[in-house]
Design a protein around this ligand. Structure first.
Ligand code: GUN
Ligand code: ZN
Length: 445
């Protein structure tokens, strides 16, 4: 399927503070890693970034008929990228459980059962995508359910909104309720057909999605490996080493593997564009293998705290050269906000006697995530030619935020305040391909 996107707006300019990254600021706030204009202009033409720079030099060059939208107190940034989230768990977000495996059984699996019905899937997918936009997230790597209908509905809704989205049908053929099982044959056939239909259609991409090693037989992981080999530019999306009981269970199910991660490796599922959620209970060999294979980790701090799974080790990831990004993992994560997720990531780092500098946090939620997904030439920054998916943050969105922000003197302090006090109220506007898809009523342009 291929049709051109007709929602790209014409030319417009947005004026306000502008921040985007060109590389990883690391732990030392590398000053060459980002571009900041206190009073900047982002010029958007046909849905793409046409120019970016300081207002005093760029504004005089614009033709008189280009509308300039002024966000006097706003901060423009690339839209956030959430590298691990489950749309079918939207309606069970915030459900309690002693741990991951109980939570899956009691809340997640029954909720996912409903996605056999296309109408239900469509309604939830539409709500989910609008909720992402309300939270400033413009691209996400998304789990659907085992049902084909859940994938069709998701891609249809994402396409209608013109959003760059990655998703796939869950593969699971054992250790889950009968009503959610496929077979290796059905899973491979359905994935292949969905991939051929949707991968590369407008702004959509397909992810081969074995849920986790515990719910796939060796035959099914072999079929996922075949798909990965046949479609080298498809994404791979799964979970690994989230919870200690899960790790022991996988060790029993795959006794010949060196580790949980090695199960995926043995089936050809570690490579560029493969994203593994959690990566908490890994050892040094695993982390080095992640680095060498160029697979990415999705650090899900809010979910890891909510489900009590453990603390992702940023320092160990860095010293092994393992690439990671940050994700909400809704519904294990208890909110859709990437700002709150960054705030939780900061706290998790503190618990590990480490610091997550605010510049690096915002890098991980934008360009860092785009790089893990291999989409850095399209989204995640304001490089000329990138797609104009962006947010306008309102640093005065609440009274408390405004009071605290009044004392913030430096950019890093402002960013720390945004990620430690901010939430969806801070997202003044969200734009997709230059078109406004969300605006709070409190922030007129
Ligand atoms: N592991 C396997 N399935 C899931 C899921 O749906 N959520 C989380 N957080 N972990 C998982
Ligand atoms: Zn998950």
């Amino acid at each position: 399927m291929n049709s051109s996107t007709d929602i790209a707006g014409s030319t417009s300019a947005h004026r306000g503070a502008i921040l985007y990254f060109v590389s990883d600021p690391g732990s030392r706030d590398d000053p060459d890693s980002y571009v900041f204009h206190q009073d900047g202009v982002l010029l958007v033409a046909n849905g793409l970034v046409a120019a970016v720079g300081p207002a005093d030099s760029l504004l005089p060059t614009l033709p008189a008929n280009v509308p300039v939208v002024h966000h006097p107190d706003g901060i423009l940034m690339p839209g956030f990228i959430d590298t691990h989230i489950h749309y079918p768990q939207t309606d069970v977000i915030g459900s309690g459980g002693r741990n991951l495996l109980e939570w899956l059984e009691n809340h997640t699996f029954p909720a996912e059962r409903e996605f056999a019905a296309a109408a239900h899937a469509r309604e939830v997918a539409g709500f989910f995508l609008d909720e992402l936009a309300r939270n400033g997230t413009t691209t996400a790597l998304v789990f659907c359910t085992v049902h084909r209908a859940s994938v069709e509905a998701f891609f249809e809704q994402a396409r209608a909104r013109g959003m760059r989205m990655i998703a796939g049908k869950v593969l699971m053929d054992r250790n889950c309720p009968e009503y959610l099982r496929d077979t290796p044959h059905e899973g491979e056939r359905d994935s292949r057909e969905l991939l051929e239909k949707w991968h590369g259609c407008d702004r959509l991409h397909y992810a081969i999605t074995p849920r986790f090693a515990a719910t796939s037989s060796p035959e099914q992981l072999a079929s996922a490996g075949r798909l990965a080999r046949d479609f080298p530019d498809a994404f791979i999306h799964s979970h690994v080493a989230e919870n200690r009981d899960e790790v022991s269970w996988v060790r029993q199910l795959y006794p010949d593997a060196r580790s949980y991660l090695d199960v995926y490796d043995q089936h050809g599922l570690l490579r560029d564009r493969a994203v593994y959620a959690h990566c908490i209970h890994l050892d040094r060999t695993d982390r080095e293998r992640m680095a060498q294979s160029r697979a990415g980790a999705a650090f899900c701090p809010s979910s890891n705290l909510f489900l009590g799974s453990g603390l992702f080790d940023i320092q160990a990831a860095d010293s092994a050269g393992m690439r990671f990004s940050i994700a909400t993992d809704v519904g294990g994560g208890n909110h859709f906000s990437m700002l709150r997720t960054l705030g939780d990531a900061y706290k998790v780092a503190q618990m590990g006697q480490h610091t997550l500098p605010p510049l690096r946090a915002f890098y991980l939620a934008t360009l860092g995530a785009a790089r893990i997904l291999g989409l850095e030439h399209r989204v995640g920054s304001f490089k000329v030619g990138c797609e104009a998916d962006f947010v306008v943050l309102d640093p005065g969105a609440s009274e408390l935020l405004a009071r605290r922000m009044a004392r913030a003197r430096t950019l890093t302090d402002k960013l720390l305040v945004l990620m430690s006090l901010g939430d969806d109220r801070v997202i003044g506007h969200t734009y997709v391909l230059g078109r406004e898809v969300h605006a709070t009523s409190a922030v007129p342009t």
